[in-house]
Structures are given as structure tokens and as C-alpha cells.
Design a protein around this ligand. Structure first.
Ligand code: ZN
Length: 431
């Protein structure tokens, strides 16, 4: 190598090294303490299948386009408006013909509720995205779909209430301490209730996933403001965690994707810790997250398991698919039968799931220190020390899972054109 060239290369290498240090993003995941885990609230009466305020309204047929469907949508909207008033609600609407409804356009309404950190430009926010579908299957007549997916929807609502106050406290404390939210607090959270997951007749590429296909396509082409960290609404999804077919006893949850196995393992580890502190009330002794001890290289993507994540997965979104599916046995025995109703739910399992989802969201959003604890409910602590973040990642994990870099310059805020609630096609009374 010529000296002049090597000098230039030296500078170039130094620049690259410096850039890589600046741009190497950090995927943080902060475990909750045992005290905080013990203090997570359980749904209790709210999940009573006959008159519980959260779960029971879901337990009715809710085929798209029917009154039961509209009632369940209204229930979710009212719950968010009254119990999670700081959450922004939006609808994403579409219509489609189906094999059994001829020329009639059936409406599909995805409901999105999200909470973003204050003062952060919308295109710079990475959102933990928790998802379940709220529609039910047309047949058999009277089908309730309790595990599919009434119970997962209720779990999401309860879990968000479990963490909501801590989010408020964390962000308020950060602002009080003058922390630059555009640098430090760029994580938001959203729950998506997808419509039209079920096939109307037989599962095909066009008779299924009506809501998910429409939302993924729409968000893929919804461009964030210029110079945003994330180009599209779709790219703002930090992790897409799909809950489906949950609520039967002894669930068997596999890891399907090597690139998100680290997040799956965090769920499995959280399950273990919740059991250790006595927060799991279901009777089974076997772990639910059966692949926690595997490395990401040992995870084999399972082809053919179609669900709402597919339209997002094929567009490059990171996915954790939390679904009860046992090799050789398949889905829970009540799956797609008239027996998938409230009476066949294993309620301790349903409640455990809700606590686990809440704990996972709290750890993802780094809420330790802001959650109530068994000793001191609602105590306030100074903002967390960056060095105390626990990085849960094993050496075999690829670096590609790491978070996208946050940009260290303030940008002018642009009008938000990407997030516009569309109330036109749906009216929900607010009283
Ligand atoms: Zn189903």
C-alpha cells in the first residue's frame, strides 16, 4: 500500500470506526424487579365471563358487518377513552367482497390505540406493537371465539392499564429532569385490534387476514415526515407481537423466527420470574415458552402457520408470534368449534397471560422505578441510569436485531400527516 493511500485509508477507517460507535444502536430491555412483578395487578372480576367489564363484552359473535361486531368495537373504544384517556385512537378502514357475501362490500375496521412520548417527532418514534384480532368466525353459527381472540383482546386492554400510569410518571419525570426526549425517550407503544382475520369460507390468500392485509399495505405507503428516523408508519413498528389462540390451559408457545428469538426469550424468562414470585396462578408446571433454552440458530421458522403477522412479516417487520400450537397436536382442542366459548377458557391461564403481557410491555418500555411495587405503591424515583439497562442478548444473536439509530440532531417538527384518525366511516358515541 502506498503511504499516502494508507494515510487516507487510516483516516477513513477511523471515521468508519467512529461512525459505527455513534450509529451502533442499543436494544435495551430492562427487567422488572421481583417486587414490581409481585405488584402487577391481575384482572380479577374484570375478566368474569358473564359480567366482567373487560372480557365479557367480547364474548359474543362478532362477524364483520354485524351488530355484535359493532358492539365489540364500541366496547374497545369506550374502554380506551375512559380508562386510557391519554391514548390516541385511530381507525383504519377498508372494504372487501368475500366468497359468501357476493357483491356486497363488507367493512373492516382496524382499531389502533397508541401512546407516544411527548415532544418527539412522530417519525422518530419506534413503537412496541401488541396485536390481536377481534372479529369472529362466521361458522359454526353462534361461534364465540373465546381464545380466538376475545381473550387476547381483553389481555391487551388490561395489560395497557397496568402500565399506563407508569408511562405517565416516567415521561413526566424525564421532562422534569430536563432529559432531551428526542434523544432518550423515543419509544412509544401501540395496541392494534385487527379485523377480518377469519376466513368467511375456506382460508385462502384472499379470504382471510382482511384487516391485516389492508393495514400493512396502508402503513407501508404512509410516509413519515422528511428526515424522520423511520421512513414509513410500518417501519416505526419496533416489534410486532401477535397474540392468538390464548386462554386454554397449558399453552405451548414456540419460537418461530431466529431474528426475534431474543425477544421471545425475554418473554420466556419473564414467565419464569413471574412463576418464581408466585404471580402465576394457573396450575400447569411446564413452561409455556418451550424454546427459551434454544439459541437463535436452533430456531426453525415454521412455514404454513398463517396469521395476522404475515402481511407485516413479508414487508420486513420484526415479529414474535405468540400462538398456542403443539407439534403433532396442533391448536387447542376447542379451536374453531362451538366449544370455544367463555366456559372453556381456563381463567387462571387467561389472567396469567394478562400479567405476563403487562410485564413484558413494562420491561420493554423500561418502566422499573415507575411501576407500583409490593412495598411502596406508586413510588417515584429519578430517571434511570443509562448504565443500569439490562441488555438481554446472547452472543449468538445477530446484530441485525438492534434498534435503528436515533439521530442526534433536533429537526424542525413537521405537521403530522401520517397519523390522522379517520372517524368518517365509524361513529362511536362518547357517552
Ligand atoms: Zn380462528
Amino acid at each position: 500500500m502506498f503511504p499516502a493511500f494508507s494515510g487516507l485509508c487510516g483516516h477513513f477507517l477511523a471515521l468508519c470506526l467512529g461512525l459505527s460507535l455513534v450509529l451502533t444502536p442499543i436494544q435495551a430491555y430492562q427487567q422488572l424487579s421481583d417486587d414490581t412483578l409481585r405488584a402487577l395487578s391481575r384482572p380479577g372480576d374484570e375478566f368474569d365471563i358473564h359480567n366482567g367489564a373487560v372480557l365479557s363484552p367480547f364474548l359474543q359473535p362478532r362477524v364483520p358487518g354485524t351488530s355484535g361486531h359493532a358492539a365489540v368495537l364500541e366496547h374497545m373504544v369506550k374502554y380506551v377513552q375512559t380508562t386510557l384517556p391519554k391514548w390516541e385512537i385511530a381507525f383504519q378502514n377498508s372494504t372487501s367482497k368475500t366468497p359468501v357475501t357476493g357483491n356486497k362490500d363488507i367493512p373492516f375496521v382496524n382499531l389502533i390505540a397508541r401512546r407516544d412520548p411527548p415532544g418527539v417527532p412522530v417519525g422518530d418514534i419506534a413503537r412496541l406493537t401488541l396485536v390481536a384480532h377481534y372479529d369472529s368466525k362466521l361458522e359454526p353459527e353462534g361461534f364465540i371465539g373465546a381464545i380466538d381472540s376475545a381473550a387476547p383482546c381483553a389481555m391487551l386492554l388490561h395489560a395497557m392499564r397496568n402500565i399506563d400510569e407508569a408511562l405517565t410518571q416516567k415521561w413526566a419525570t424525564a421532562e422534569e429532569h430536563g432529559i432531551d426526549m428526542t434523544l432518550e425517550e423515543t419509544r412509544g407503544i401501540q395496541i392494534i385490534f385487527l379485523d377480518g382475520e377469519e376466513a368467511f369460507q375456506h382460508w385462502t390468500a384472499t379470504d382471510s387476514l382482511y384487516g391485516a392485509r389492508s393495514l400493512a399495505e396502508s402503513w407501508d405507503s404512509t410516509i413519515n415526515p422528511a428526515m424522520s428516523t423511520f421512513k414509513t408508519e410500518l417501519a416505526s413498528i419496533e416489534m410486532f407481537v401477535l397474540l392468538d389462540l390464548l386462554g386454554s390451559k397449558d399453552p405451548y408457545i414456540q419460537s418461530f423466527y431466529p431474528t426475534t428469538h431474543w425477544a421471545y426469550r425475554n418473554l420466556g424468562d419473564l414467565e419464569r420470574r413471574l412463576r418464581a414470585v408466585g404471580q402465576f396462578k394457573s396450575s400447569g408446571a411446564d413452561p409455556w415458552f418451550v424454546d427459551t433454552l434454544k439459541t437463535s440458530r436452533e430456531v426453525e421458522p415454521l412455514g404454513g402457520l398463517q396469521d395476522d403477522h404475515i402481511p407485516f412479516l413479508v414487508r420486513g417487520v420484526d415479529v414474535v408470534h405468540v400462538i398456542d400450537f403443539t407439534p403433532h397436536k396442533g391448536f387447542p382442542s376447542v379451536w374453531h368449534t362451538i366449544e370455544d366459548d367463555g366456559e372453556h377458557l381456563d381463567m387462571p391461564t387467561v389472567e396469567d397471560w394478562s400479567v405476563l403481557v403487562a410485564g413484558f410491555a413494562a420491561e420493554w418500555m423500561e418502566l422499573e422505578g415507575h411501576m407500583p411495587t409490593a412495598d411502596a405503591p406508586g413510588r417515584e424515583t429519578p430517571p434511570r441510569d443509562q448504565k443500569s439497562r439490562k441488555i438481554t442478548r446472547t452472543p449468538d444473536e445477530p446484530k441485525s436485531w438492534r434498534r435503528k439509530p436515533s439521530v442526534s440532531t433536533r429537526r424542525p417538527s413537521f405537521p403530522d400527516t401520517s397519523w390522522r384518525p379517520c372517524f368518517g366511516a365509524l361513529r362511536v358515541d362518547n357517552d
